[in-house]
Design a protein around this ligand. Structure first.
Ligand code: ASP
Length: 437
């Protein structure tokens, strides 16, 4: 059996066994499963931490090596513009799908008594989660953008690395890569160093990747034990259904179509090769932690060039989030429906634009989308101000309980969007066939 197939099989096995064990924990244990449950700690230790350990060095080496390989600034400019164009276009499509579905299906139109009890439960869930409350209070459109700008123009790259903020590091690595490419023979040694360092990291990733089945076992057990499958059929069931359908449509129809249009390759064949990365995204809830697996799979299994992937994947894991964008649009419109506030066409347009921007602002970590959603709510509230209507921020407590499952699904779509981007950009930046670089 091929190594990639064996790995996929083991990851799926880990997930299934984890989900079963999670059910057992749910019904077999007296105490409730919390964030400090041992299964969560075990998942962190066996998968999340080893992957996160690789992310910052990987971004640094891969982006520098990728940029020096492309070298020519005009080629790089074209790749940069095409990549950003791809990110924004696909995120916008995702948001439009989400907004259309949630407006048509209206999952927030529930019987009055159910509505009231869902809202009351949500408010108390929000009040009880002091961590979320703190994060949410710091969110605003202006604040989020200043924050992104500050990350894009960092003043201390070591600080960015230490804080695990990838954006500033990517900018620095791109500048350094450009300078090393411009240095000609004077900087050859440094270029070789980054190339070899990157290859070394890829070997390390190929070792660490075998931890994935064990890690997803624990993480799935924790997730299933914590939420339980019963939520799926509760009053939030149709809201979750809309998110699932939207994500599936974007993942299985829209992105494959885009990939096929630009490359002519069989998108489902490509998807099948990317399985280890997609499953890891599903199990870890984090595009950032999945990045090592995404890069390994894209370059070694799925035919993406190093030149394209080294640029598109690290950047994509922090700013390209189709799944998050779609989810934020559905969640916000759903909450307004639940609170009995009708949104007009112009407010839906605000949702489309701000959900795209809020997804860009969300970090590739668990629940990031839940927090940046506040930006979308604030923007719509601003437009409703003259009518004296507003959705309280505490409303996000309503969807808190089911966020983990949706996070797993949207993170998978986020990573899939990055992979499709890398495969498309491979046409613009193929590797040199003689050296493979
Ligand atoms: N967990 C998502 C990711 O890492 C972000 C989100 O919360 O939507 O891609």
């Amino acid at each position: 059996m091929k190594k990639a197939n064996l790995l996929t099989l083991l990851i799926v096995l880990g997930m299934v066994l984890g989900a079963l064990y999670g059910q057992f924990l749910l019904y077999g244990c007296e105490e409730p499963i919390t964030g400090s449950h041992w299964t969560k700690t075990a998942g962190d230790l066996t998968l999340i931490r080893p992957l996160k350990l690789l992310v910052i060095p990987l971004i640094f080496f891969s982006v520098v090596a990728g940029i020096t390989r492309i070298g020519d600034p005009s080629k790089l400019g074209r790749l940069g513009i095409a990549t950003l164009g791809y990110y924004f276009a696909t995120m916008l499509i995702a948001v439009v799908i989400g907004t259309t579905l949630v407006s048509l299906i209206q999952p927030g139109e529930l019987p009055e008594d159910v509505r009231m009890s869902v809202i009351a439960e949500g408010q108390s869930a929000f009040q009880g989660d002091s961590g979320l409350k703190g994060k949410v209070e710091g969110q605003s459109m202006g604040g989020a953008w200043t924050n992104i700008l500050k990350q894009v123009i960092p003043s201390n790259v070591i600080e960015e690395m230490a804080a695990g903020r990838p954006l500033g590091l990517i900018v620095f690595a791109m500048m350094l890569g450009l300078a090393l490419a411009a240095g000609g023979s004077r900087t050859q040694v440094a270029r070789d160093f980054f190339d070899a360092g990157f290859e070394g990291l890829m070997i390390l990733i190929q070792w660490v990747i075998w931890l994935t089945p064990i890690g997803v076992f624990f993480l799935l057990a924790w997730t299933v034990g914590k939420i339980g499958m019963a939520e799926l059929i509760g009053p939030l069931g149709s809201y979750m259904g809309v998110v699932f359908v939207g994500l599936l449509f974007h993942m299985l129809v829209v992105l494959p179509l885009v990939l096929w249009m630009f490359t002519g390759i069989n998108p489902y064949g490509f998807m099948s090769k990317m399985k280890p990365a997609l499953l890891t995204a599903f199990g870890t809830d984090s595009s950032s932690a999945t990045l090592p697996v995404t890069m390994e799979t894209a370059e070694l299994e799925a035919g993406c060039s190093k030149r394209a992937s080294n640029f598109v994947l690290p950047l994509g894991s922090t700013i390209n989030m189709d799944g998050t964008a779609l989810y934020e649009a559905v969640a916000v419109v759903f909450l307004f429906q639940l609170y009995g506030i009708d949104l007009s066409m112009s407010e839906l347009l605000i949702v489309v634009i701000t959900a795209t921007l809020a997804a860009v602002g969300a970090a590739g970590i668990p629940s990031a989308g839940l927090v940046t959603m506040v930006i979308v709510i604030a923007a719509v509230n601003g437009s409703l101000e003259s009518a004296g209507l507003a959705l309280p921020v505490a409303a996000i407590g309503v969807i808190l309980g089911v966020d983990r499952i949706l996070d797993m699904c949207r993170t998978t779509v986020n990573v899939w969007g990055d992979a499709v981007g890398a495969r498309i950009m491979t046409r613009l930046a193929p590797d040199d066939p003689s050296t493979g670089e």
